[in-house]
Design a protein around this ligand. Structure first.
Ligand SMILES: [Zn+2]
Length: 320
């Protein structure tokens, strides 16, 4: 953490003030003694002693988290008021960064359990402050979306479902957008990067909401899916065994399905966060998405579009 109280109750801010000399420091949230630390890879910061529990701030804050917070702080500061480590004791919450008192940023580098995520997410809902989750290198997008990535999803009519990664090493913000899931559970979508400090941080975070044109990409399909499925069932892949079991209960059998029956192969990702119910806009998107591919004739190709493309298609269709 970058802020601490001294014995006189003055707040020291390591990102804006000169390094304090030889004083005793206390945690602004829990008032326990803090140690001033610094090293070759990490800027000066305060830390709790190893055996002291603090309900507010993670005890072993890593270098990546500290450095990202400091970077985002000076970046945001170029264009607006920004506070770091903003404690809200009523909600038991410390926001990593707060921009102009109306947008919270959570920089998540360590693992985060579902309970802790939901606790923090609900606290922001109580406070009525929107929060953007920015995920560090441990949470870079690989083949499938993780639970935390799913939790962090946002939605816009042009970018569909999207989430953010922070790449400290290359000093870029990475936007993963128009996110979809294929039959193998793999994630397919588009990527855009924004170098730190080039435009304002606020502008970057607004980007997915400010686009006005349709994005699209050619989905990667598995044209041999029925034989893949047969093999997976033979090897008792638990996911497909369960799907087959459910199909049986409806009098269906997945093995009799043809490639055409598996079309469309790619769907919008499913949001995991049960405290954030799907908006009307998202529900509409799913319905229009299904209707659009139901009339598609070429099952060997699937182009994925921005959600509002399907809405325009629906409108045009209804007019006929
Ligand atoms: Zn504390």
């Amino acid at each position: 953490m970058f802020q601490a109280l001294d014995a006189q109750g003055h707040l020291h801010h390591l990102l804006t003030d000169p390094l304090p000399q030889g004083e005793v420091f206390f945690c602004p949230a829990c008032h326990q003694l803090l140690i001033l630390k610094s090293g070759p890879k990490v800027r000066p910061h305060f830390a709790h002693q190893a055996d002291q529990a603090c309900d507010f701030i993670s005890l072993n804050e890593g270098a990546e988290h500290l450095n990202l917070k400091a970077k985002l702080f000076s970046w945001a500061q170029q264009s607006e008021r920004v506070s770091v480590e903003v404690a809200n004791s009523a909600e038991g919450l410390v926001s990593d960064l707060l921009l102009s008192d109306n947008l919270a940023l959570e920089v998540q580098c360590s693992p985060l359990g579902q309970d802790e995520f939901e606790k923090r997410d609900q606290a922001y809902q109580h406070l009525g402050i929107p929060v953007v989750w920015l995920l560090g290198s441990r949470h870079f997008l690989k083949r499938r979306l993780t639970v935390l990535q799913r939790n962090s999803l946002q939605f816009s009519p042009t970018c569909g479902y999207f989430f953010w990664n922070l790449d400290l090493e290359n000093e870029i913000v990475i936007l993963h957008y128009l996110l979809h899931q294929d039959l193998h559970g793999a994630c397919q979508g588009l990527v855009k990067t924004f170098p730190f400090f080039r435009e304002s941080l606020r502008e970057v975070l607004r980007w997915p909401y400010q686009q006005r044109h349709v994005f699209s990409f050619q989905g990667k399909l598995d044209l041999h899916f029925p034989s893949y499925l047969a093999r997976e069932l033979r090897y008792r892949n638990p996911y497909w065994v369960e799907q087959q079991f459910q199909a049986y209960q409806k009098g269906d059998n997945l093995l009799t399905r043809t490639l055409a029956d598996w079309y469309p192969q790619i769907f919008p990702v499913k949001v995991r966060n049960r405290h954030r119910p799907q908006s009307a806009c998202e529900r509409e998107y799913e319905e229009q998405f299904i209707a659009f591919y139901a009339q598609e004739r070429n099952i060997h190709s699937q182009v994925l579009y921005s959600p509002f493309y399907y809405r325009m298609w629906k409108r045009e269709n209804n007019r006929e």
